[in-house]
Ligand binder design. Structure first.
Ligand SMILES: Cc1cc2nc3c(=O)[nH]c(=O)nc-3n(C[C@H](O)[C@H](O)[C@H](O)COP(=O)(O)O)c2cc1C
Length: 167
């Protein structure tokens, strides 16, 4: 049985929510990471992923400028980095310089991979779609990488950015 309620109430049932970290370089060449919960696999053939970024975020400019970005699946031990990348703006902060996050160059695009992530995907920008207060960027995956060690993914497990792993 279902009871009608408003969107804000019903959407609170969404947890756990996967987290990704997207990285794109700005026009000065600085790589800017952003933490995102609103993301999806969008196509299998060819492989594509989509991310939804608020119009006010600096990442809008970096992705439009680079026309490419990486998507990482952070591991459960990357919660502090995900919170830093998800609370500071690249418009005034070099987020990688402030963090302990280990990176390595992407192989096919001008961006960075997160060395301790569960997996990383290199994407070229295919399109963007206006989605209210967000822009949905669709990326075609042209290279993929996975960690050589078994690692658990990081999720948002409750409101107010409570991060953790699922069982
Ligand atoms: C767990 C978590 C999930 C988030 N999910 C999103 C999201 O899906 N879309 C979005 O635009 N911002 C999301 N944010 C907020 C951005 O990561 C945050 O505002 C960031 O500082 C923007 O960085 P930028 O200005 O360098 O682009 C999330 C933050 C956290 C901590």
């Amino acid at each position: 049985m279902q009871k009608q309620t408003d969107y804000a109430d019903a959407v609170k049932t969404k947890y756990p929510e996967q987290i990704v970290i997207a990285v794109a370089k700005d026009k000065t060449g600085r790589a800017n990471p952003i933490t995102l919960g609103w993301t999806m696999l969008a196509s299998g053939t060819p492989p594509m992923m989509a991310i939804s970024v608020a119009k006010t975020h600096y990442s809008i400019q970096t992705i439009r400028f680079s026309e490419c970005f990486t998507i990482s699946f952070p591991s459960a031990d990357m919660a502090a980095q995900a919170l830093l990348f998800g609370s500071k703006s690249g418009s005034d902060t070099g987020k990688f310089a402030e963090s302990e996050c280990k990176t390595e160059p992407a192989k096919q695009i001008d961006s960075l991979l997160l060395s301790d992530a569960v997996a990383n995907f290199e994407c070229t920008l295919v399109s963007e779609t206006d989605a209210g207060d967000h822009i949905i960027f669709l990326g075609k995956i042209i290279a993929a990488h996975k960690n050589t060690e078994p690692k658990k993914r990081l999720y948002t497990i409750g409101p107010n950015h409570q991060l953790g792993k699922t069982t």
